[in-house]
Design a protein around this ligand. Structure first.
Ligand code: GDP
Ligand code: IMO
Ligand code: MG
Length: 428
């Protein structure tokens, strides 16, 4: 039976969504990235060969799958062309497998300039400086340009020139940084017109047809639930709905069609950029997890902050998304530890809390309450059978499952597609 499956991150991003989407994409007609932009970095490793994707859905390496960039995305022409060309140079027939929604929003150089200027000023979010926030602001303010407008019979460049004047005024007089040259924006618009003409289409009716024909569709999230604009650790979040509710809103489909919502979850936590992180480990253990897990951003190269698994947050995210199953990743990264902690609650202003407080300032004051489990101190790297896992690793996973209240379907034991263990079959 075919299904409509959502795969999204249940922490602060970089949970291994790319690997899991690639793993299960082969039986889908469409793999749809539903939000965000080139702030994402999704890593696929197939027989040792690494591919990092930012905008293009992680199903692109399968020859029977069409990859869709949904209406809710923000798309930088330069970033998309660079990514397409990298894949083309590796022999991937991208233009045959990629569709770009005419409703997606154009992300242009002035969005990037504003993002960078803000990050250099005070109150840093620690963004990826890819222009994501300013572009979504334009969309909500109803002054953004849609991909479809690139191909409409109107003078989009003169409209862009007007908006650019507005941004350049802010850059020059408020942020006191360099302005953006119109010629650079024009070049990028022309690049998009040249390279995207054959890719752009109305993706919403296409998905409706696929639903009517009972086709399998995979929806791929970027970032993670704790970076959701409304449900994340605001204001240290991204500017889109990263949680499951974002799928129907962004793709123009009904929430009733979603069958599986798979939460991708590391067996510990990481976070890039600023913001509260209750279980963060700032000393030796954190450094050892960072080293073992190669925790450096796939987009910006920044070191990722590392910490223990936070079951308070995980349960909260399971409730927000309605996870039907979990994919637990990076088990092998904890192989070396003698003991492993799990956060099971918070102490907040003298009281116990089983759910996180909503504002970042309050979350900063939360002290994690830990439960300690023995480590397995044996290699799980590449293990493909549940029975072959060390007993203590099984106990750790079962405890996580119990605390989150969602069954584990997949355990990832290494970056490669093959380094995976299926606990429960999700697909026929
Ligand atoms: P995404 O943004 O959620 O797609 O995740 P990223 O690709 O940014 O970060 C996950 C990183 O962990 C990548 O470098 C993956 O290759 C790697 N990875 C994924 N699963 C595993 C695993 O089970 N074990 C190890 N050691 N690495 C993994
Ligand atoms: P993937 O899809 C981890 C973080 C940034 C910053 C905040 C806002 O690879 O999991 P933005 O540039 O979106 O305005 O930055 O969100 N962030 C990510 N962290 N993984 C990502 O994507 C991220 N995309 C954005 O570090 O804290
Ligand atoms: Mg990533």
């Amino acid at each position: 039976m075919s299904k409509r499956i959502v795969v999204l991150g249940s922490q602060w991003g970089d949970e291994g969504k790319g690997k899991i989407v690639d793993l299960i994409a082969h039986s889908s007609k469409y793999v749809v990235r539903f939000q965000g932009g080139h702030n994402a970095g999704h890593t696929l490793v197939i027989n040792g060969e690494k591919t990092i994707l930012h905008l293009i859905p992680s199903g692109i390496l399968h020859d029977n799958v069409m990859a869709i960039l949904a209406p809710g995305m923000v798309v930088s022409p330069q970033a998309l062309v660079t990514e397409m060309d990298e894949l083309i140079s590796k022999g991937v027939p991208v233009t045959k497998r990629l569709l770009l929604s005419d409703q997606a929003t154009l992300l242009l150089p002035y969005h990037i300039a504003i993002d960078k200027a803000r990050e250099q000023a005070k109150n840093k979010i620690g963004t990826t400086q890819r222009g994501i926030g300013p572009c979504y602001e334009d969309k909500v303010a109803r002054r953004a340009f849609k991909i479809g407008e690139l191909f409409a019979s109107k003078d989009i460049l003169s409209e862009i020139k007007e908006i650019l004047a507005y941004y350049n005024f802010m850059l020059e007089h408020y942020y006191k940084v360099d302005t953006v040259r119109f010629e650079d924006v024009q070049k990028e618009v022309e690049l998009a017109q040249e390279r995207f003409a054959g890719l752009v289409c109305e993706t919403t009716p296409l998905l409706h047809q696929a639903l009517d024909a009972d086709e399998q569709i995979l929806f791929e999230g970027a970032q993670g639930t704790l970076l959701d604009i409304d449900h994340g650790t605001y204001p240290y979040v991204t500017s889109s709905h990263t949680s499951a509710g974002g799928v129907p809103a962004s793709c123009g489909i009904s929430p009733r069609v979603l069958d599986e919502i798979l939460g991708v979850t590391k067996v510990y936590c990481t976070r890039v950029g600023s913001g509260p992180f209750p279980t963060e480990l700032t000393e030796e253990v954190g450094a050892s997890i960072q080293k073992q897990g190669q925790e450096f951003g796939a987009t910006t190269g920044r070191p990722r902050r590392c910490g223990w698994f936070d079951a308070v947050m995980a349960k909260h995210c399971a409730n927000i998304n309605g996870f039907t199953a979990l994919a637990m990743t990076k088990l092998d990264v904890l192989d070396h530890l003698a003991e492993i902690k799990i956060c099971t609650g918070y102490q907040y202003l003298g009281e116990h809390r089983a759910t996180p407080p909503n504002h970042a300032d309050a979350l900063e004051l939360c002290e994690p309450v830990y439960e300690t489990l023995p480590g397995w101190q044996a290699s799980t790297k590449g293990v493909q059978q549940w029975a072959a896992l060390p007993e203590k690793a099984k106990q750790y996973l079962q405890r996580l499952e119990e605390l989150v209240g969602v069954k584990i379907a997949i355990v990832s034991t290494g970056p490669d597609r093959e380094e995976t263990l299926w606990v429960k079959k999700l697909l026929d």
